[in-house]
Design a protein around this ligand. Structure first.
Ligand code: AMP
Ligand code: ZN
Length: 465
């Protein structure tokens, strides 16, 4: 398997620390709001990486955190905690917000056929571990206490800027929000390991520590959870490109300071999904979520297909026009696969020939669009009977996860059918009374359940989406 390694800026042959075992850590979501489809693009790429390695017979173990404390509104150590902001916005407790959006995230993963990592840890469940790590770093002079907070001294880290390739001079001009000009710091890029109340008095989530009541910084979470769950050596660490600096840079500095040796060999980063305005954001009123796609009648796997058509290291622009194109292509592909006659003898020679082509694309730094091309080639190949084509595509779909061989259950239960017919009646009446708001509400309510109403001259019917 060849992977692009952000650490060396090269495509490299992947060699795990231990035989066939691969330990992967992926940064999890900050659960103060729904994930936008940009965030989910990164999780799709990580899912392909994990399933791809399994396809190549590696024994994979993957861990992910849930960030429910410490991630501030700025990547520098400034601004409010995003979780507090979410709680205030919705008039709920931080715990309620965290639970709600964690579940929503898991539902998004399920809708997109993203496998859940076998290990998922909440940041707030591991504070004792962070305290232990920070204390060791203070004892060994990697960290220092200043103005009540504990900072990591970046001048003690080896090659602090290696991952990001940044030029320290560019960061020190004080115009970037990634580095805070703070008199309490020895170096402007030093970062907080532990905040005390001196900084954010209104922080709700706080713990006792040797340095005062406070809470951990964001970066220490991932170092701590990775170490706890995957041990001292990590094979692959993933995230979106925005995580390279400062988050992953700081993770390396503190993990290597704590462990006393090199920590992770391969760093893989997914490029961003942007909208036409340039950046996908959760702060804009209606941001793009999986639920929104569903409300608009898109099967979430169309979005997965859309992502797989481009390479994870290329940035991708989202528009509904391109999603519509993906929808047509996806439905056509799936219909073609489902129309294959599955009765017949499978030709295993051809299967292995195509598996090799598929592996070649996969091993070439996760070339998903080429993996799709190989899938189309199978369908076009006249030498193959239908049963063989179906068998090969079913095998590819263990990685692609597009449900290409899964029959769609086009039947609704009798109860749901009854409900749909009643709702259609109510909507027709509402339209007659010119109550279009109510009519639209009924249409949207059904769409949420995967039922799209179709108005025809003869009346309203429905389809399952
Ligand atoms: P967050 O919930 O903000 O901590 O981000 C979760 C994941 O989404 C991280 O791996 C980020 O790097 C990634 N991410 C953030 N914005 C985007 C985007 N526009 N496109 C792709 N990935 C993103
Ligand atoms: Zn992280």
């Amino acid at each position: 398997m060849k992977l692009y390694n952000t650490l060396t800026k090269k495509i490299e042959e992947f060699i795990p620390f231990e035989d066939n075992k691969v330990r992967i850590y992926t940064c999890g979501p900050t659960v103060y709001n729904y994930a936008h489809i940009g965030n989910l693009r990164t999780y799709i790429f990580e899912d392909i990486l994990e399933k791809g390695l399994r396809y190549l017979n590696y024994d994979v173990i993957r861990a992910m955190n849930i960030t429910d404390v410490g991630h501030l509104t700025s990547d520098a150590d400034t601004g409010e905690d995003k979780m507090l902001q979410g709680a205030q916005r919705e008039g709920k407790t931080v715990t309620e917000i965290a639970e709600f959006y964690t579940e929503a995230f898991f539902k998004d993963m399920e809708d997109l056929n993203i496998k859940k990592p076998e290990i998922i840890e909440k940041a707030s469940d591991n504070v004792d571990l962070y305290i232990k790590m920070i204390q060791k770093m203070i004892d060994e002079d990697y960290a220092y206490i200043s103005n009540g907070n504990v900072y990591f001294d970046i001048s003690k880290a080896k090659d602090y800027y290696k991952l990001s390739g940044k030029n320290p001079e560019d960061l020190f001009v004080g115009v970037r929000d990634t580095v805070e000009l703070d008199a309490a710091k020895r170096n402007p890029a030093d970062f907080v390991l532990w905040f005390t109340l001196s900084k954010f008095e209104n922080h709700i989530m706080k713990w006792d520590s040797p340095w005062g009541i406070g809470y951990p910084g964001w970066h220490i979470e991932c170092s701590g959870i990775s170490y706890k769950t995957l041990g001292e050596h990590l094979d692959i660490h993933c995230g979106g490109i925005d995580n390279i600096f400062p988050h992953h840079t700081n993770e390396i500095a503190q993990s290597e300071a704590y462990l006393g040796h090199k920590w992770c060999n391969y760093w893989c980063h997914g490029a961003h999904l942007n909208d036409n305005s340039g950046k996908m954001s959760k702060s804009k009123g209606e941001f793009l979520t999986v639920s929104l796609l569903k409300e608009k009648g898109y099967n979430p796997l169309i979005y997965r297909y859309f992502c797989l058509n481009s390479h994870y290291r290329n940035s991708l622009i989202f528009s509904f026009e391109s999603l519509d194109t993906a929808k047509i292509a996806y439905n056509k592909l799936k219909n073609k696969v489902l129309s294959l006659n599955r009765v017949g003898n499978i030709d295993y020679q051809f299967k292995s020939e195509y598996q090799n082509k598929f592996k070649e694309a996969l091993e070439n730094d996760l070339n998903t669009s080429l993996m799709l091309t190989v899938t189309y080639d199978v369908l076009k190949d006249d030498r193959l009977n239908d049963a063989t084509k179906f068998e090969i595509i079913k095998d590819f779909d263990t990685v692609l996860s597009l449900d290409l061989t899964k029959e769609v259950d086009k039947k609704v239960s009798d109860n749901l059918e009854q409900e749909i017919l009643e709702k259609i009646k109510l909507r027709t009446e509402a339209k007659k009374n010119k109550d279009f708001e109510k009519a639209d509400a009924i249409r949207n309510e059904l769409l949420q359940k995967g039922i799209r109403l179709i108005d025809t001259r003869e009346g309203t019917t429905y389809e399952i989406v």
